[in-house]
Write a protein that binds this ligand. Structure first.
Ligand code: SF4
Length: 193
């Protein structure tokens, strides 16, 4: 079976998941938007707009994300964008540890199919889901990390979640500079998107 058929099958399986209590309080499981490929963006969890429309990063934070990506030279439609947790937590609270544990196998399954070269984590929850440890975003967002999944190494590029920039617009120039930096890594790896 082709890898993209595997991904479709996987994403369909997510839709009927009830592994944690979040599914009972949301409208639908929100899996991904964009194009499957070697650069994967991971956020925290769907918000109200995402829960209503069924795609991640389609609200105000998503619009800001797209703006920053375009400023850095990316076409957002050519990136694969997902979340650490696929169902909306009530009131947009941070996902609880047990909810992150319940949902992490899905993120790992996405990685197994996509085999990403570069994973961009947006916010502290995504860092924890991908790297398995807590690192303050301010410190992490100036560095790159190496991670492994099933014996395959990939680069992890932490950055601020766009919601943090909505809350504090003074972070905007540094946030765009970080995306420019990530773009250079993408180009250096021969992954021109
Ligand atoms: S958050 Fe993840 S583990 Fe929990 S019900 Fe939704 S898809 Fe399943």
């Amino acid at each position: 079976m082709a890898w993209w058929q595997n991904l479709n099958q996987l994403e369909s399986a997510f839709k009927s998941c009830r592994r944690c209590g979040l599914r009972g309080g949301c409208s639908q499981v929100v899996v991904s938007r964009g194009t499957p490929g070697p650069v994967v963006l991971v956020g925290e969890a769907p918000g109200a707009d995402e829960d209503a429309q069924g795609f991640p990063f389609v609200g105000r934070a998503g619009q800001l994300l797209d703006r920053m990506l375009k400023e850095a030279g990316f076409d957002p439609a050519r990136l694969y964008i997902t979340n650490a947790v696929k169902c909306r937590p009530p009131g947009n609270r941070k996902p609880a540890p047990e909810e992150m544990v319940a949902c992490r196998p899905y993120l790992m399954a996405q990685f197994a199919v996509l085999q990403p070269e570069i994973v961009v984590t947006m916010g502290a929850t995504a860092i924890q889901a991908v790297l398995g440890r807590t690192i303050p975003v301010g410190r992490a967002s100036t560095r790159f990390y190496h991670a492994r999944h099933r014996e395959r190494e990939f680069l992890v590029a932490p950055c601020y979640h766009p919601s943090a920039i909505l809350r504090d617009p003074r972070k905007y120039p540094d946030a765009v500079a970080r995306w420019v930096d990530i773009r250079k890594r993408v180009e250096a790896a021969g992954l021109i998107l």
